[in-house]
Design a protein around this ligand. Sequence first.
Ligand SMILES: Cc1ncc(C[n+]2csc(CCOP(=O)(O)OP(=O)(O)O)c2C)c(N)n1
Ligand SMILES: [Mg+2]
Length: 556
Amino acid sequence: MATEEQQKPAGVGNAGASHGGRLAARALASRGVTHLFTLSGGHLFSLYDGCKEEGIEVVDVRHEQSAVFAAEGWAKATRTPGVCALTAGPGVTNGISAVAGAGFNGSPLVVLGGRAPEMTWGTGRLQEIDHLPIVSPLAKSAETVKDAGEIPAATARAVDLAVAAPTGPTFLDYPLDVVFTEAEADPPPLPTPPAPEPAAGVEEAAALLATAERPAIMAGTGVYWAGAEQQLLALAERLGIPVYLNGMGRGCVPADHPLAFSRTRGAGLGGCDVAIVIGVPLDFRLGFGASINADAKLIRVDAEPNRLERNRAADVDLVGDVGATLAALAEAASGAGGGAGRTDGWVAELRGAEDEKRAAESADFEDDRAPLHPMRLYAELAGVLDRNAIVIGDGGDFVSYAGRVIETYEPGCWMDPGPFGCLGGGPGQAIGAACAKPGRQICVLLGDGAFGFSAMEFDTLARHGLPVVGVIGNNGIWALEKHPMEFLYGYSVAAELRPEAHYEQVAEALGCHGEMVRTPAELRPALERAFACGGPALVNVLTDPEVVYPRKAVLA
Ligand SMILES: Cc1ncc(C[n+]2csc(CCOP(=O)(O)OP(=O)(O)O)c2C)c(N)n1
Ligand SMILES: [Mg+2]
């Protein structure tokens, strides 16, 4: 059977000729792109050839979803665009969940697609499907290049748009005939970003803040994408405001900063008189806005308008450059009489409550049971992680526990699926992060259920020599589903996994270091060996399926 791949298109073998793949790669290189995450397909050959010419490293994975997650991991680790290429048809459709997740996270990534030839469109060629209606609702832009001469401009546009605030994924596909055709065209110059302007309304917000005695900041992923951590810290310090962080916001104020709080969010947001919600939507994670005291004044700061206004509208909505807005807010509120002293009592009250909550956790941290309590696992892990380790969560309850207790000290060091909540993104993100940050500890936390989605990416880690350490919380169940279903119905279905499965042997078979851990005493040495082995490793820790995560909502 002759496939698209076997028909040799024009432009191949013409050394030095600028076929569309080379034009695309040059455009990527002009934007500083150094890595392309992909899984092979003939529709992409000319793009690979272009990458070879430009010195762009091609990192090939085992499922297209992982290629997109890897691009997202790159973006999250570097705040520069992550780029992936998916072959026509099933390659693109396999990537869709990850594209949707990146949209929810505002992750700046560029998804390049192969595409059946334009000349014969509609004749039923292999893998012929129009991707745009599928991708358009999920991405900032979705475009097909119809002319080889347009490739540099369209490719550069896809990158430039992904990183423009509000950041997010973009999609561009190249029909096979177009991308194998030669043309002469250069990528356009880099656009000059607009000067960062504070949002309108800062004075009004500052007036609220200047007299606040119990202010609180809730900051999320948007702060990270805006690169506004310095301005966030300065605002908190000048006005003495306790800070709660989620998503990629974690680490934007170091976990051990006197104004960083995590265990008292209920008291902090529920008891504040003025809340500043920065770069995070008022979605389920914030009780649809109800986590914040109903009587408090709400100041919202974001790069985009409030998409969830039906949940709760802000008293002052500051839409614009996040960093410039926070800086202007700190200046104006200090000028209007606000200052750290006014909030001392409030900060001390929360610190007392925070210390109490932490003290209450210590029993779980020292829990001696085997199989392990997940909290004991995290206590042991904390002892081996560097301050700037990148920790990636992929799982149910196992990751909910991690989100509670893993401390993040620097921006870009915590990655979770975000509000789209797609399991299976951990290994891919780890691949991207490891490519972006060689020499860093990269640790991916995996539920045993989550591990199954992308287990073959341990092959990718081994082939590319990426020293990622996976840690499985292996409780033999889909705990986040099993326990709530039992609570609701008194029984559960479709919630069991194989108990004590030797997933570490899967990793070993793929060329990684693997260990199974059954008791708390075995864990620390196993983790140390895993981080010291110099390559990818998987530590498969048996955890107690009877531990029920103390969840407020049974269903999201
Ligand atoms: C792609 C996808 N499929 C299904 C779900 C629903 N889901 C959320 S958490 C969860 C259980 C995860 O189990 P595991 O990874 O073993 O972690 P545990 O809860 O057992 O700690 C499931 C099935 C999801 N979020 N994403
Ligand atoms: Mg599980």
